[in-house]
Design a protein around this ligand. Structure first.
Ligand SMILES: Cc1ncc(COP(=O)(O)O)c(C=O)c1O
Length: 423
């Protein structure tokens, strides 16, 4: 995504052309072009006015997460437009909220789950679980049995022990073998903990044949917040080649390739447009020359833009390194994505959304409400002069935020107020 296209993400009424091919992303821009922060600010200002954010905060207080289900639909539409042949399994873990689940189910998409709790949430919201994918490669036998009892028929495996557990189920299930394609450049390398090497995967297919377990195909995750197309291309090439080889070796036919998630969001930096990534993905699949069903497990991309966080300055103090503002939400709350995901959401003073930003700003540190020194949201950022009670707003706070909050120090979970589009 070019810096300009951030505003498209935040505000679909703005359409600016993308110039990157998604391969090498450059941060250089003409001197006159607005910065990423300015583009996000302008789009957030329009959005805040359109949804009546100030009135919502007056009514519901602070801190407040505003969850806009229309943005979930928009992101799903975008994925469907760019990768029309892929079937979407929303990664429930990113934002396991009933309104999100119902919105996604209503569009006909399916789900990816990793735990009993996520299965229970889907059931409570009336989801037919027969199309759900259980991706956790390490589960107890009772987790597996109960998932089967709830209707789940497809499981991901990456090791022989897990395969032998799946083999105890009736034979109407199939498995995807998860491959590991390490990607240290991703925000979160999801091959660091799970996934079989290609050699291990070949052995697993042999085991599956011996156990009488059907292998539908292969899955991988190139890493969350992957900002170039190369890891997708590499993983698709290696997977399709492996599928061809193993079909020839074992005389069977696979029919599924699951590309996982990983599609990025432009928090404090612009990221490639989905269109650019999708072009590379479609090409890599076409070059593979197979005719597999393509699955996706997007989480961040579907939900990040759907939540906006409003916080308030509780108190301020001058420290040796400058002025600190202490907010009513932090790294053990909604900003847990800073801690667990390594992302850096932008933070704006609410006043920046209603007036043209002027030069009267100061460099500050923003800290969360707990007693822990780790609880620092941002250091050295320029904000208008703020005092007790002033409001701040962060966009793109829908993925891995409230769900990874801990309640440390006895803090209440931040309230989530659900809306659907503009007033
Ligand atoms: C198995 C699996 N699928 C999908 C996802 C979603 O990834 P993302 O939010 O990067 O799209 C994750 C994230 O942890 C995952 O572990």
């Amino acid at each position: 995504m070019t810096t300009a296209s951030v505003s498209t993400l935040l505000d679909p009424s703005v359409h600016e052309s993308a110039e990157t091919d998604g391969r090498s992303f450059t941060t250089s821009r003409a001197r006159s072009e607005p910065s990423h922060r300015e583009l996000v600010r302008a789009a957030l200002a329009r959005y805040s006015s359109a949804i009546g954010l100030p009135a919502l905060v007056r009514r519901h207080g602070s801190p407040l997460l505003v969850l806009d289900t229309s943005r979930v639909r928009e992101q799903l539409d975008l994925l469907r437009r760019e990768l029309p042949d892929a079937r979407i399994h929303f990664a429930t873990k990113a934002l396991p909220h009933p309104a999100v689940i119902r919105t996604i189910a209503a569009t006909g998409a399916s789900f990816e789950v990793a735990s009993r709790g996520e299965i229970a949430l889907l059931r409570e919201n009336g989801v037919d679980l027969s199309g759900t994918l259980h991706t956790h490669p390490i589960r107890t036998r009772s987790d597996i049995g109960d998932a089967y009892g709830c209707g789940i028929r497809r499981f991901v495996v990456d090791n022989p022990g897990e395969l032998s557990k799946i083999a105890e189920l009736p034979h109407d299930v199939d498995v995807l073998v998860r491959l590991s394609f390490p990607n240290p450049d991703a925000g979160c390398d999801l091959s660091a903990k799970f996934g079989a090497t290609e050699r291990q995967a070949a052995a697993l297919v042999g085991d599956a044949i011996r156990h009488g377990v059907r292998v539908a195909g292969f899955s991988f995750h190139v890493g969350s917040q992957t900002t170039s197309v190369a890891p997708f291309e590499h993983a698709i090439q290696r997977s399709t080649r492996l599928m061809d080889e193993l079909e020839a070796r074992f005389g069977l036919r696979f029919h599924v390739i699951d590309l996982g998630g990983g599609f990025p969001i432009g928090y404090d930096e612009a990221v490639p447009e989905l269109a650019a990534l999708a072009t590379g993905i479609r090409t890599a699949i076409a070059v593979g020359g197979r005719n597999d069903t393509v699955l996706l497990e997007p989480g961040r991309f579907v939900t990040a833009t759907a939540m906006t966080l409003v916080t308030r300055v509780v108190g301020s103090s001058d420290r040796v390194d400058g002025r600190w503002h202490y907010l009513d939400d932090g790294l053990y709350g909604s900003y847990s994505n800073v801690l667990t995901e390594g992302v850096h959401p932008l933070v704006f003073a609410a006043s920046e959304l209603t007036t043209t930003p002027d030069a009267a700003s100061e460099r500050v540190t923003l800290a969360g409400p707990t007693c822990d020194s780790v609880d620092v949201i941002a250091r050295g950022i320029d904000l208008p002069v703020l005092g007790e009670g002033d409001l701040l707003v962060s966009p793109m706070m829908g993925a891995y935020t409230s769900v990874t909050a801990s309640g440390f120090n006895g803090l209440e979970p931040t309230r989530i107020h659900v809306i659907s589009g503009t007033r």
